[in-house]
Design a protein. Structure first.
Length: 356
């Protein structure tokens, strides 16, 4: 069976790395890289470290507004799908790459599968939320990471082709956690295990709003703890444009770095005292690694992390961020809501049962 996997951003590279090994035991998989993330630290290094096969197509779309980026991707992906005519097109997550791939496949009436279906943050001001909803309503096979995501689809009357598979990120974390321990990132950055906070900020709702970003920077400058802040290229540019970057550089508690390779970042997270982020994926990774997470959003799609007491939502309120960085500690036992590391096998079995 011919399967086209469409990827373009960091979280998709990681998910693809886990699933591609399973798919290629029986199927002919073709990888399409849209080029949404093209920086070496956000793209090439993931293919090398996670041993992802070289993309069969690299579309080189690059950055741009949402409309421009999706439009360019849609045209290019359509050409690939018309040439390859796969039995299944797979898209991952909630990026512009996800939506462009979903639209291209559905317009050509090609079967479409969505890995990480059903996730909802209940905030339509987030571009990713629109991508999730539209992709799910285009998809024929919906691979849900948690019971909550299945229930979300049920509320939207999506019941056919829905599979509870577990979360594919658990598969890759369990596989790579020991490998990541070989990284010397802590020594390189002069860090000691459990004596620092990891910070990531990249959501458009936070970075594109000057006051929101200023509130986050105000909080970071008030936190009395060593912090490591690998800065996304877009966030880097916005901080400099708003005149906020120098405040981070001048604070001796904050260590600003370029984006880190996957294994370096995995070790950095695993040994952190806490993680402060606006990333949906990192909330979940923190939970699986049993690291307390402080989320710079008002909502989350990963309700399990909140319900079990390992994640707390603070938005961009400076006082809340500072207080939770100081005193937040997990208060609950973790369930197995994200599965046991068998998501890839479950997804392949679902594909085989439907399409063979």
């Amino acid at each position: 069976m011919k399967i086209v996997s469409i990827i373009g951003a960091r979280p998709q590279f990681i998910k693809c790395a886990a699933l591609t090994r399973e798919l290629r035991t029986e199927h002919n998989e073709i990888i399409v890289h849209t080029g949404q993330h093209y920086d070496s630290n956000l793209s090439g290094v993931f293919f090398e470290e996670l041993e992802i096969p070289k993309p069969d197509y690299n579309l080189g779309v690059g950055s741009g507004t949402h409309g421009y980026q999706i439009g360019q991707m849609l045209m290019s992906i359509e050409n690939v799908l018309m040439k390859e005519r796969p039995e299944l097109t797979l898209v991952y997550g909630d990026t512009n790459t996800t939506l462009a791939g979903a639209l291209a496949a559905s317009k050509l009436h090609l079967p479409l599968g969505h890995v990480e279906a059903g996730l909802r943050f209940l905030d339509r001001s987030m571009p990713e939320e629109i991508n999730r909803i539209l992709t799910d309503h285009c998809s024929d096979l919906l691979f849900c990471p948690t019971r909550t995501t299945v229930n979300n689809l049920n509320k939207e009357n999506i019941r056919q082709g829905v599979y509870l598979t577990g979360d594919i990120m658990v598969d890759i974390l369990l596989r790579q956690k020991e490998v990541a321990e070989k990284s010397n990132v802590l020594q390189t950055l002069g860090l000691k295990s459990k004596q620092y906070i990891v910070v990531t900020v990249h959501r458009a709702g936070n970075t594109d709003n000057r006051e929101s970003l200023r509130s986050i920077v105000d909080a970071l400058c008030q936190i009395d703890q060593t912090m490591v802040f690998p800065i996304h290229p877009r966030t880097d540019g916005v901080l400099k444009r708003y005149g906020l970057y120098s405040r981070l550089e001048e604070n001796n508690k904050i260590r600003v770095t370029k984006p880190l390779a996957y294994l370096d970042f995995l070790k950095l997270m695993n040994h952190a005292q806490k993680i402060l982020t606006d990333s949906g994926g990192i909330q979940k990774e923190a939970y699986v690694l049993k690291v307390p997470c402080i989320t710079l959003l008002e909502t989350t799609g990963w309700d399990e992390t909140i319900e079990d007491g390992w994640n707390v939502l603070v938005g961009v309120n400076t006082e809340k961020i500072v207080n939770r960085a100081r005193d937040f500690e997990p208060r609950g036992e973790q369930r197995e809501g994200f599965g046991k590391g068998e998501a890839c096998k479950n997804i392949k079995n679902a594909i085989d049962s439907v399409l063979k």
